[in-house]
Design a protein around this ligand. Structure first.
Ligand code: MN
Length: 696
């Protein structure tokens, strides 16, 4: 295994300012955090992050910060270490980068549809505020692919291979990291299509063996003609990977024999001028195949790939592809964006400063900006490209795309209408949060449901998706109708009982109230559209058999709050208060405290209501307190502490008056019942900062 000293030595070769202590600390920290964990191969888990760090240094020459992130990249996900601890020990930059990699690891890509793959790719770029997150993730994927065969479950191997081909290989290509792209795509291809892989490999071997010295002879010949013209160069021959051959065969629908560039020869020269000079030499010494010349130096590819390509007839009448480029272009072709990290204008840069960061960031932005995808709108300062979308996960790792500003309720409805309709709470990244909390990229969202929960009309104020909105509206509408009918039914029984008449639906002459059915009558009754006086008078002539109801009050717990039954805003009754209901046209029943001043005029429509105390359903009520307290700097804290230590939430807080000595404060708190409110009032009065407490 790579030791910390070896790792540090490798970094020092290109980054002399490496913080040796910090790298060593990260190495030991990660090793200890992963402890006895094992990989599928049976080796200690820590081998994996250590190998990722090796890739980041040996292959990609990344700065030491990124190497540390490589060492730590799995500790948030797989060990007990938390974000705060990382931040404290390694600083916020490293902690945020590790968190970014962790977010990417929540992805579990299953679909193989092009559209899905695109939206996953978009997601990855959207959460990658810093390109180093993506670079570490690609190094992580490379290491995982190298050890893929150790995973026992074939299904899992295939899933990872599909994810690699659909997501990570295109991403690596997109940012120009062709070295990594080739390797991971090839392993994935072997995993998914072993027979095709073997067939192509066998053929490649056959071609190679036809003329043992074909590659060597070609290199020698090229070297000879170029040095005759005084062009110093390095030449190597490189076989195409089985995957890229297979892809080309599929794309062009051709056989292996028709692929010219199975072996490409790379001529690496010292300057751009030398590239064109070398091209001229090649074209004068070998017969060129028309239509195969491409100048990616004048017109680079979108991922900034630069090179000259040409195909000529070489030794033994074989077509050969030749790529001509400078050392810089070569590095860019292999390492892509990573090549910009420590090099600039071909010179090794010791100090990784701000300017350096901007160089590659600008470059990346330019690359993505020029990509043909019209959705990609870029903010120039960061990689927030998909400003109008937010990407979140289910606990199973499925990706859910929502418009920006979406909440847990939108998320629930996006998955299923029933999930939205029974949603009672939302957990984001294992933390319980209010329903209206706005989701952020990479959030893992769990919806908590309860069969007793119903959508509330107020949800409409914070949802953003059309689906959530229309579901809530539809539900509230249907519920509303049911609630009014049920209230009307109870009101009818209430009036029968009040008049000592045995309840019978036959006695309700609904036509008299312009209703075509009993249901319609109940509905109108519940809505307060039937004058109670008139209804009573239609019942007056009926002889009551006996007294049926001793208690004819209406039980509140049968109703969903705020649909047909409302708690008045003027006196805010809470469980345990003495209450009375007033039927109000189109609104239903409004419940007041019996002491409320605003009810005096409307005696005629009073309805007796009662709390249902034996139900265990947890409810909460809003109560408003007026607190007069001393104008001290810690008075506020004292009050909020008392309230929260008594298990109540403050939902609103307002300063009414303020003098040099006193504050008058209005506080809305949610309480379970009168007794609960009483405890809080008592606790507040006991506080030395508080002068008086009054319920409003
Ligand atoms: Mn990993």
């Amino acid at each position: 295994m790579l030791t910390s000293s070896e790792l540090i030595q490798t970094i020092q070769k290109y980054d002399p300012n490496v913080n040796v202590d910090l790298v060593r600390k990260a190495y030991i920290f990660s090793m200890e955090a992963h402890g006895m964990q094992k990989r599928a191969s049976g080796s200690p888990y820590f081998y994996h992050p250590a190998e990722v760090a090796r890739i980041l240094t040996e292959q990609l020459h990344m700065d030491y910060t990124t190497v540390i992130v490589g060492l730590l990249h799995d500790v948030l996900e797989d060990t007990n270490v938390g974000f705060e601890e990382l931040e404290e020990i390694f600083g916020s930059e490293i902690a945020f980068l590790v968190e970014g990699v962790t977010k990417l690891s929540h992805i579990k890509y299953t679909s193989s549809q092009v559209k899905q793959s695109e939206s996953y790719q978009k997601f990855i770029i959207a959460v990658t505020h810093d390109i180093r997150v993506l670079i570490v993730k690609l190094a992580d994927r490379l290491q995982n692919m190298r050890t893929l065969s150790y995973i026992k479950s074939e299904e899992k191997r295939r899933r990872i291979a599909i994810e690699t081909l659909d997501l990570y290989a295109p991403l690596a290509e997109r940012i120009g990291m062709n070295g990594i792209k080739d390797e991971i795509a090839d392993i994935a291809f072997f995993t998914l299509h072993p027979n095709e892989y073997r067939a192509i490999s066998t053929k490649l071997e056959h071609i190679r063996n036809q003329d043992n010295n074909f590659v060597q002879n070609t290199i020698l010949e090229l070297q000879k003609v170029l040095s005759n013209e005084g062009i110093p160069c390095l030449i190597n021959g490189r076989e195409k990977t089985p995957y890229s051959i297979w892809k080309k065969m599929q794309k062009r629908n051709i056989g292996l024999d028709q692929i010219y560039d199975i072996i490409a020869f790379r001529i690496i020269v010292q300057s751009v001028k030398a590239c064109y000079a070398a091209l001229g030499v090649v074209h004068t010494n070998f017969r060129i195949i028309p239509g195969r010349f491409k100048d990616y130096i004048s017109i680079p590819k979108l991922n900034n790939y630069r090179s000259l390509h040409t195909t000529v007839i070489g030794t033994g009448n074989q077509p050969i592809e030749i790529q001509i480029r400078t050392e810089d272009m070569h590095r860019m072709a292999e390492e892509g964006i990573a090549a910009h990290w420590s090099y600039k204008n071909g010179d090794l840069i010791g100090k990784i400063g701000e300017a350096q960061n901007y160089a590659w960031l600008k470059r990346l932005i330019a690359i993505i900006k020029n990509s043909p995808d019209p959705y990609e709108v870029l903010d120039n300062s960061k990689l927030e490209m998909f400003d109008d979308e937010v990407f979140c996960f289910t606990s199973k790792g499925d990706l859910i795309t929502l418009p920006k500003g979406a909440t847990g309720v939108d998320f629930a409805y996006e998955i299923h209408t029933d999930l939205g309709n029974t949603c009672i709470g939302v957990r984001i990244n294992d933390k319980l949060v209010p329903l209206k909390t706005v989701l952020k990229n990479g959030d893992r969202v769990d919806i908590i449901t309860s069969p007793y929960q119903h959508p509330e009309a107020t949800w409409e104020d914070f949802v953003v998706t059309g689906k959530a909105r229309s579901c809530i509206r539809k539900f509230v509408k249907s519920q509303e109708k049911g609630e009014f009918i049920s209230l009307g039914f109870q009101l009818s029984r209430y009036i029968f009982a009040e008049m000592n008449i045995q309840f019978s639906e036959d006695l309700i002459l609904y036509e008299k109230f312009c209703c075509d059915s009993l249901t319609k009558f109940y509905y109108n009754m519940g809505k307060g559209l039937i004058p109670l006086k008139l209804f009573r008078s239609t019942l007056l002539n009926i002889e009551g058999d006996n007294i049926i109801f001793n208690d004819n009050s209406i039980c509140l717990i049968d109703f969903i709050p705020d649909i047909a039954v409302h708690f008045s805003k003027c006196c805010c009754p809470i469980l345990g208060d003495k209450i009375i209901g007033i039927l109000q046209a189109n609104k239903g029943l409004i419940v007041h405290q019996t002491t409320c001043r605003s009810i005096e005029e409307s005696y005629e429509t009073f309805i007796r209501v009662k709390w249902n105390q034996d139900d265990n359903i947890e409810t909460s009520f809003m109560a408003r307190l007026q607190i007069i307290m001393l104008n001290h700097k810690d008075s506020f804290a004292a009050i909020t502490n008392i309230i929260s230590s008594n298990n109540a939430n403050i939902s609103n807080l307002k300063i009414e008056h303020r003098t040099t000595e006193f504050f008058s404060l209005l506080v809305d708190i949610s309480v379970t019942d009168v007794a609960h409110l009483g405890e809080i009032q008592a606790a507040l009065r006991a506080c030395s900062k508080v002068k008086s407490v009054k319920r409003l």
